[in-house]
Design a protein around this ligand. Structure first.
Ligand SMILES: [Zn+2]
Length: 323
């Protein structure tokens, strides 16, 4: 959504649409397909800009643009086709594989960027299980990024794409740090379902698209063009959702790569988002060898600590760490 359109809707939105112009009005004015499309696009832009309306107070959270290259990505894979003797739960031997899995599509976006990139197999490629072309595109993106954000990528997307990379004859992509949002969802929280869509629903974030499930996967395997298009459309929405989930979950992520190391700023910056808009808290953080002041980021709510030990040299000498 461009800035002029956003600002016009935003002006009415913060005033609870007192003027009487709702999403329907803006949809017609700016050429959205429906009021819902306008609302959804506006909401996405608003979240991206970190603008929220809380009890009538508008709080602006600046999004920091200066950052390492952070890629959000997701893939859709085919099922394994196998010959089985009966239905029901059973052991399927590798010799029963008729056609092994491969990737139908990928989607990716740079953090904060509007454009969603994607690649999908042609009908011919899908029938032949040939994903080399789209894997090369994804390989280039992964080699370009410093950090890759996924949902369950540590156990699914990353090993899956690595498998397709090596099968297709590629070298390892340039190393990148992985942020798997699912890891935080499963370790830090107790959502009743750990699926991305359930978490998005509970947090009132951007939602995934529905799909017809097995039928869609079958049709893609047969190389049906409309199915492949539906697959990549579904895939593209996933990275849009993942971005909003990531931004919301970000301050809770343990061992988040320290964004500060990519910055050339002389000021102290937030390790989560790179902002220098920090405030000192009145609390401290202990380690076995010292105690440190802590900071809260005014932009992303992340907490960091100072590197200067508050303990004097004399005090440090008499500290005996537990063993
Ligand atoms: Zn921050």
């Amino acid at each position: 959504m461009n800035s002029a359109i956003f600002e016009e809707i935003y002006t009415d939105w913060i005033n609870n649409f007192d003027s009487g112009n709702g999403y329907e009005f803006f949809a017609k004015k700016f050429g959205f397909s429906s009021a819902e499309a306008a609302r959804s696009s506006f909401r996405r832009e608003r979240r991206k800009r970190g603008l929220k309306r809380e009890n009538g107070i508008v709080e602006q959270k600046k999004i920091v643009k200066k950052s390492p290259k952070i890629l959000i990505f997701d893939i859709e894979t085919s099922f394994i086709q196998a010959a089985v003797w009966s239905l029901g739960k059973q052991y399927v031997n590798k010799r029963q594989i008729l056609k092994d899995w491969f990737c139908f599509s990928y989607s990716a976006k740079w953090l904060y960027d509007d454009a969603v990139m994607s690649g999908v197999l042609t009908p011919e490629e899908a029938k032949n299980g040939n994903d080399k072309r789209i894997m090369e595109e994804l390989w280039n993106l992964l080699s370009e990024c410093s950090i890759a954000i996924t949902y369950n990528g540590n156990f699914f997307d990353i090993p899956k794409v690595n498998t397709r990379f090596i099968i297709n004859g590629f070298a390892p992509p340039h190393p990148y740090k992985s942020i798997d949002v699912y890891q935080t969802i499963s370790r830090v929280f107790a959502f009743s379902s750990k699926s991305m869509d359930f978490v998005s629903y509970k947090l009132e974030l951007e939602r995934k698209l529905e799909n017809s499930g097995m039928e869609l996967w079958m049709a893609c395997s047969e190389g049906k063009p409309e199915a492949l298009l539906e697959m990549v459309t579904y895939n593209k929405q996933d990275v849009v959702c993942l971005e909003t989930d990531y931004l919301r979950i970000r301050p809770w992520i343990k061992n988040h790569p320290n964004i500060g190391v990519w910055h050339d700023s002389k000021e102290r910056v937030c390790g989560f988002c790179g902002s220098d808009n920090l405030r000192l808290t009145d609390k401290t953080y202990p380690t076995p060898a010292g105690i440190y002041k802590t900071f809260r980021c005014n932009d992303c709510d992340g907490i960091g600590r100072s590197k200067e030990n508050e303990l004097s040299k004399e005090k440090r000498k008499v500290i005996s760490p537990n063993i």
